[in-house]
Design a protein around this ligand. Structure first.
Ligand code: ZN
Length: 269
């Protein structure tokens, strides 16, 4: 079976057929024949589907969509004969993120204050299975492979690891902020509950929130599970690092469930 990939562009995600749920009977008939589906990141709307007869619009005025050319180019690249390996995945530019952070009033001072860099999205993600909620789990291809190895190794030791969530787009996090701003909350108020858009390791496709069956997701109590005990001993061998230990320098709350794949990092000399 060919492994499924998500083609990522600044404003549109190109999903492989068979993973997105239809929202109408008309959509269902088209999606059943589609090899790829173009989905607008900002609102999740389906823009078009690539069917045997060509690209079929799913919204009127599709051709006014500024991101369409980038999505078509990503599809063209995907359909070219496969070069050896997809290890080196390009990163998308940060220009659109800068604009929208500026519009929110979130400037560079935030990043400087918490000591975190802006995190680019990768141009391609691999299907790494499904999360606890049966949603497709997307990760950087190398991180997806490492996650599979980590899960298998845990299972051999009698430990079941569940993914709570993996890749998240800038748009996803920006959407949360824009909706709360529209309801009258200030950016500082939102920041006490939600991570600033653009600064999450989840944007890179390397980070993974991990849980154990019957445990509540993303709770500090995860640190008392056998799964966490196993991760603390073994995850490093698979390239996974716990990003936010207690008293981390970024002032981010302790997140024993949040692990980031750094298997390609050069060890410090
Ligand atoms: Zn996380």
């Amino acid at each position: 079976m060919r492994s499924a990939v998500l083609l990522n562009t600044s404003t549109i995600e190109v999903w492989p057929g068979g993973l997105l749920r239809a929202r109408s009977n008309h959509d269902a008939r088209l999606l059943a024949r589609a090899t790829w589906v173009l989905r607008r990141k900002r609102d999740g709307r389906y823009l078009a589907a690539l069917a045997p007869e060509g690209l079929v619009p799913m919204l009127p005025n599709l051709h006014g969509d500024a991101g369409l050319d980038a999505a078509r180019a990503a599809l063209d690249r995907a359909h070219r004969p496969q070069r050896a390996g997809i290890e080196r995945v390009a990163e998308l530019p940060l220009s659109l993120l800068h604009e929208r952070l500026h519009a929110l009033g979130l400037d560079d001072a935030y990043g400087e204050r918490v000591g975190l860099p802006l995190v680019a999205e990768p141009a391609l993600l691999a299907l790494a299975g499904f999360d606890r909620y049966r949603r497709p789990l997307w990760l950087l291809p190398t991180a997806a492979r490492a996650w599979a190895h980590l899960r298998e190794a845990a299972l051999r030791d009698g430990i079941v690891l569940e993914a709570i969530s993996g890749y998240r787009s800038h748009d996803y996090q920006l959407g949360i902020f824009e909706r709360k701003r529209a309801r009258g909350q200030t950016v500082d108020e939102i920041l006490t509950v939600n991570a600033a858009p653009g600064y999450s390791e989840h944007h890179s496709g390397r980070a993974l929130d991990i849980g154990a069956p019957d445990e509540p997701p993303a709770e500090e109590s995860f640190e008392r599970t056998p799964a966490f005990d196993w991760l603390r001993r073994e995850a490093g061998a698979y390239g996974f690092v716990m990003s936010y230990p207690r008293d981390n320098p970024h002032g981010i709350v302790y997140e024993p469930w949040h692990w980031c794949w750094r298997g390609d990092a050069t060890p410090a000399a």
